[in-house]
Design a protein around this ligand. Sequence first.
Ligand SMILES: Cc1cc2nc3c(=O)[nH]c(=O)nc-3n(C[C@H](O)[C@H](O)[C@H](O)COP(=O)(O)OP(=O)(O)OC[C@H]3O[C@@H](n4cnc5c(N)ncnc54)[C@H](O)[C@@H]3O)c2cc1C
Length: 481
Amino acid sequence: MTAAAPREGSDPQRLLDRIRELLGPGAVLADPAETQGYCIDARRKFDAPALCVCKPRDTAQVAALVSMLHAEGWPILPQGGNTSLCGGATPDDRLPVIVSTERLNRIRAIDPFGLTIAAHAGCTIAQLQAAAAGQDLHYPVSLGSEGSCQLGGTIATNAGGTAVLRYGTTRANTLGLEVVLPDGRVLDMMRALHKDTSGYDLKQLFIGAEGTLGIVTAAVMKLYPAAPATAMCWLRIAGPEQALELLKLFRDRAGHSLTAFELMNAQQLANVLDHGPHAAPVEGREGWHLMVELADSASVDLDALMVEGLERAFETGLILDGSIAQNLTQAEAMWAIRHGVTEANARVGVSITSDTAVPVGCVPDFIARATEAVMAIHPGIQVTVVGHVGDGNIHFIALFPHDLWAALPDRPGIEARVRNAVNDLAIALGGTFSAEHGVGRTMTGLIERYKAGPELELMRALKRCLDPGGLMNPDRVIGPA
Ligand SMILES: Cc1cc2nc3c(=O)[nH]c(=O)nc-3n(C[C@H](O)[C@H](O)[C@H](O)COP(=O)(O)OP(=O)(O)OC[C@H]3O[C@@H](n4cnc5c(N)ncnc54)[C@H](O)[C@@H]3O)c2cc1C
């Protein structure tokens, strides 16, 4: 397979005219002032032009557009909410056509008996949550970007978020899929079935494929009964070892009501409190911090479960300090701290963020060894840690204050050393370098670094089979063989 470059002899202006004719006025942006927001990534690290941004309004238009670009040999970049944290959704130097799903934003159907929702790929996650709540149901995927990120983007990245412990990742909640293949054919697998063993489960190929195998245009997702009761607390603890003990303690007591279990270190909390409008959730910042959320039907006494769990934890010395949210406002204030991490860190400096996951029992060892390895690279680095510790997904962040970063002689070299140190360690512990954000641009080449033999060969064979011209989001996930 060769990496895609516009076919020799292709005339960009003529192609643009044909796309305009196909999609109609208003659906194609080509003026750089209008396309800019689609060409810069969420972390503002990557910025390159696209030939144009297309906004098809239905699956038939996506299929016709992809078919035209395929015949023309022109690179295609699917884009959802453009909230990718690894540069996956913005152009490289190939001048791709961005296919934005933002106008594919209709909810097709909600089935309150089968507990499913069928929706177009451009619906935001917040839109799905609101539609489900309108029928007293719950859409389970929840993440800091949920107001902007879209169903198609979360499927393409197999997004995780803060409720994986209870509901699983996006993959675990996907029942059916509609995909436009790289040659423009439509693969209709929109089945709202909880059981289906009729051959290979092809939809799995497109979940987490980051738009390299096709464009997701619609999906059927699982819903759950609404969990109107919640209980939430913020705990200050000595370290990640205590977090694991508390995970076991709460799981034993609260079972499936345990919904979120989020860890951060003192430096991370300090960054959020010092660079945002938040009040401290507990007295003292030293040590580590844990957010625990329980959610269930109104018939379960979550407050009693929470208090009982905390009493036991205090007795056994697992907690240094803690506070229970007394109402929804206080719970939301705790979540605001958790969701304020990315913005606060951007104010402090330049983050080299990992998206590692390790087996849950290895989390303390991983954090200790990664800290040591990163500090050995540069002593001025601020290490911040924020993680969905209940599922082993730790965002280990090497944060360079802006003035230090500006003065560094070899920034790309240092970034590579930091990434390799952290990711090598995760892999050595049986983990992964990409738990929920995807590979995108920042981790290009890591598949080849960490996967080998038949696994890598099979990935390449799949890409060749579905996209022999290498046109669909070229060189993301897996590079040319
Ligand atoms: C503040 C903040 C908090 C975040 N928190 C989390 C978190 O807790 N957990 C988590 O997992 N992620 C998190 N993210 C990352 C990001 O929101 C997710 O990766 C999300 O799934 C991306 O969705 P999107 O619609 O924005 O996709 P985009 O960013 O537009 O695209 C992401 C990738 O998917 C491809 N793609 C997009 N749409 C389609 C489609 N319809 N068909 C095929 N390919 C497509 C793109 O080409 C790209 O490769 C966070 C981001 C921010 C900014």
